[in-house]
Design a protein around this ligand. Structure first.
Ligand SMILES: *Cc1c(COP(=O)(O)O)cnc(C)c1O
Length: 432
């Protein structure tokens, strides 16, 4: 019988995260204070983050130890399986070999607990009692609720109003793990009240929800803030995905020629690809990288590489990244987790230096690929992850034309069990 899943032993879970900063072609531009436009110091960030995470944000150490308590919680769902997509290959009649790393086996159903657990751990170490955050589609809010509950930390989630209404079961998960969630814009913060005054029916946005969560943390002594993507320490924690993958490939006779991930703020993409990007930067292998983003929110393929705020109100630091502008309001596509105006500064730098490529796909195409995947591989993917599936299918069809038997790896960042309304919309022809 052929091997469909490449499984690792729990004992082989990597013990260190990979920090790409010392290996970059040039250093990152510093984040700037939103009010003064001067480079940020650790003291500026201290009201928002624990010192350990601020340290990781700027660390130049290549390998950073994963604490034992974090590894212990990781072992609830890690190592995650690497699959060979025999069913999809057959359907496409491609000579390519397609592999995918599946992060949907985590309790929250995505890659997000990889950093949520680490962040909750470092907050606990510094005696933080309460954490505020924002969530779009609810994946991050549920992941952080799960993590905070493990460490006895109170968790407050500002959820983009349109998603709060469209995805009621994410709220149920957040509550089941003991956290609180309110629709954003809310009347609990000045940022929320200002938006509501202008537009009482505002459906909200990730940028607005970030403003609310940052204000919440900055105005309370007992509270810190947590972000589920974009920042360097988040990307660091997610490298567990790619590091596991490299060990899993050792069990095969293959190695990826192309690595693809979907891109919202960049965390699952970077987490999967950066350990492989290292091979390229070291001159060991020539690998193609594709960040797959939605055509309606194309920060990497349609944005500018410049300093911009991370949020709408301009409370969050300004960072150099590919951005569509902090007041950009994306269409309400079903891939809520990809509706962010900016991108990780690390991913942005590597795109700008030509190390990483990007592609944008429209919503109809990604759902067509999602359904093909569900029917050939069984798993119903998150709409976000379906951008990576589509990217892999594009590459595999190219191989069919050229006759090349490339090895394609993509990240399946989550399952779509709480996105079934989006599938109904697609299957009934409502997505055009
Ligand atoms: C949040 C999310 C994303 C997008 O976030 P990144 O930081 O770009 O990874 C992608 N897929 C799933 C399943 C998500 O929950």
């Amino acid at each position: 019988m052929r091997n469909r899943k490449i499984i690792m032993s729990e004992q082989d879970i990597p013990r260190k995260w990979y920090n790409i900063q010392p290996d970059l072609p040039r250093p990152l531009d510093p984040p700037l204070h939103p009010a003064t436009n001067q480079p940020l110091g650790p003291d500026d960030l201290a009201p928002l983050f624990p010192m350990a995470l601020i340290g990781q944000e700027v660390s130049q150490e290549r390998w950073i130890d994963i604490p034992d308590e974090v590894l212990d919680i990781y072992s609830m769902w890690r190592p995650t399986p690497l699959y060979r997509a025999f069913g999809l290959e057959k359907e496409l009649q491609t000579p390519a070999k397609i592999y995918y790393k599946y992060e949907g086996v985590s309790p929250a159903g995505s890659h997000k607990p990889n950093t949520a657990v680490a962040q909750a751990y470092y907050n606990k170490q510094e005696n933080v009692k309460r954490i505020s955050t924002e969530t779009g589609a609810g994946q991050w809010g549920s992941a952080l609720s799960f993590a905070c509950q493990h460490f006895g930390i109170e968790c407050m989630v500002y959820m983009v109003r349109i998603s709060f209404e469209q995805k009621p079961y994410r709220k149920s998960m957040i509550n089941a793990w003991g956290a609180s969630v309110v629709p954003s814009p809310s009347n609990l913060t000045a940022a929320g009240r200002a938006i509501l005054e202008k537009d009482p029916n505002s459906t909200g946005s990730l940028g607005i929800a970030i403003s609310e969560a940052v204000e919440d943390a900055a105005s309370r002594e007992d509270t810190k803030y947590s972000l589920g993507s974009v920042l360097n320490h988040v990307v660091l924690h997610q490298t567990i995905i790619g590091l596991e993958c490299q060990k899993q490939f050792e069990q095969t006779s293959d190695y990826p020629d192309v690595v693809i991930g979907c891109h919202g703020g960049g965390s699952n993409f970077a987490g999967l690809t950066f350990p492989f990007v290292k091979e390229k930067l070291d001159g060991k292998r020539n690998i193609k990288f594709v960040a797959a983003e939605p055509a309606s929110c194309p920060s990497l393929t349609g944005g500018k590489y410049e300093y911009d705020f991370g949020d709408v109100a301009g409370l969050a630091p300004s960072v150099k990244m590919y951005t569509l502008g902090h007041d950009f309001v994306p269409e309400p596509i079903h891939a809520g987790g990809l509706r962010y105006h900016g991108a990780s500064p690390l991913v942005s730098l590597l795109v700008h230096e030509g190390v990483i490529g990007a592609a944008a796909y429209d919503q109809l195409s990604i759902f067509k690929s999602a359904v093909m995947f569900a029917r050939t591989e069984g798993i119903i993917p998150a709409p976000e992850s379906s951008h990576a599936i589509h990217g892999a299918i594009v590459e595999a069809l190219e191989c069919k034309k050229t006759g090349e038997a490339k090895t394609i790896l993509f990240g399946l960042s989550g399952h779509g069990h709480l996105d079934l309304a989006a599938y109904d919309a697609y299957l009934s022809g409502a997505i055009k």
